[in-house]
Design a protein around this ligand. Structure first.
Ligand code: OSB
Ligand code: MG
Length: 374
């Protein structure tokens, strides 16, 4: 049983080692929203919301999530007995539209609490079966095609099992084609457009069909399903939906309409673990592969992603790069690492998140906090 008696919200700033550019904007520093949840029985867990400074990936930002948690979501949990973490999502969903990234941080924190209470690794608590997770890298839009080729080649040499290339009009067919030329026909490449196209660009997108890509992620609008279905009918390469899949129902819509053949599951985007697991299970029964996306999380959010990706139908490499790809220093120890085979180990040797959270470093990075009590 979970009964929270205290929640501490915290904003930290963590500079990225290099800017990360997608078609809709550039990130240089992450504004990260961390939660600390305290159960009445003494259990404690950290959680992270994947919101950022600007609403260019989703409509949520750190500045929308903070007051939504304080005024609307946290009061629903504080002082209330909840049977299991699987019941938390419904509690937060009732009469609250949207705000999935805010909901997810609280909901996942409750799974973290439950793992502590059961003295189980988070991955074991949710029924994860995998001990190592295949890892892919997501390469932001580079200054020029030469830099992109160099980064993709380097990533494959380091062992990454998938290279995702961010694309935008004018930095797409030629650039990805040049990478394909450089790394050979078999290397596992994909592209992610983050909504940079419309159906008027169909010919350009069809040209990507010749590049043997594993998939093309979310080329069209962030909330679109119907047009992706129209595009998928013309395209041989599987479409993978990211932004559009905000719930189990949207995953079902994708399947019903044929809008994609693969789903990138980000627990923050869908409102937490319960909907992530529901989408995973639904896709598993239909033979649709899923993989775990990333949102440039700190080591805390990464712990939740790695545990989630240990479920059996996460059969494709996840965006789960090691800490050192993002940060000069992470806020957990040990930091997340990747081996030469391009896998990240699921920490099964300790309960909860499986990493130590560096409180002193977090204190030093904190720009504001707010404490809520039952
Ligand atoms: O579309 O998957 C995306 C980062 C920020 C916003 C959107 C996306 C991404 C990534 C990063 O691709 C993946 C990672 O965390 O390494
Ligand atoms: Mg994406």
């Amino acid at each position: 049983m979970i009964r929270l008696d205290r929640i501490v919200l915290r904003e930290i700033r963590l500079p990225l080692r290099e800017p990360f550019r997608i078609s809709s904007g550039e990130m240089r520093e992450r504004r990260i929203l961390l939660l600390e949840l305290f159960d009445a029985d003494g259990a404690q867990a950290w959680a992270e919301s994947v919101v950022d400074d600007l609403p260019n990936y989703s409509s949520e930002t750190l500045d929308t999530a903070w007051p939504t948690i304080v005024r609307v979501l946290a009061p629903r949990l504080l002082g209330r007995s909840v049977d299991a973490p699987s019941a938390v999502h419904d509690l937060l969903e009732q009469d609250v539209r949207g705000h999935n990234m805010a909901k997810a941080a609280l909901e996942m924190g409750c799974w973290g609490i439950a793992a502590e209470q059961a003295r189980l690794p988070l991955a074991r608590l949710i029924g994860g079966t995998r001990e190592r997770i295949a890892t892919g890298i997501s390469l932001g839009i580079q200054r020029n095609v030469h830099t992109l080729i160099a980064k993709a080649t380097e990533a494959l040499a380091e062992g990454y099992q998938k290279v995702k290339i961010k694309i935008a009009p004018g930095r797409d067919v030629d650039w990805v084609g040049a990478v394909r030329e450089a790394v050979g026909h078999e290397a596992h490449l994909m592209a992610d457009a983050n909504n940079a196209y419309t159906l008027a660009d169909t010919d350009r997108l069809l040209a990507l069909d010749d590049l043997n890509l594993m998939m093309i992620e979310q080329p069209l609008a962030h909330d679109d399903i119907v047009r992706h279905a129209e595009l998928q009918r013309k395209l041989r390469t599987p479409l993978c939906l990211d932004e559009s899949i905000t719930s189990l129902e949207r995953a079902q819509d994708m399947v019903t309409l044929g809008a994609g053949r693969i789903i990138n599951i980000k627990p923050g985007r869908v409102g937490g673990y319960a909907p992530s697991i529901a989408i995973h299970d639904y896709c598993e029964t239909l033979g649709i592969p899923v993989w775990c996306g990333g949102m440039l999380e700190s080591g805390i959010g990464r712990a939740y992603n790695v545990a989630l990706a240990s479920l059996p139908n996460f059969t494709l490499p996840g965006d789960l790069s090691p800490s050192a790809r993002y940060w000069a220093q992470d806020i957990v120890s040990p930091e997340w690492t990747m081996d030469a085979q391009g896998t990240v180990r699921v920490p099964l040797d300790r309960p909860g998140l499986g990493v130590e959270v560096d409180r002193a470093r977090i204190e030093a990075l904190t720009v504001r906090t707010e404490e809520l009590r039952a």
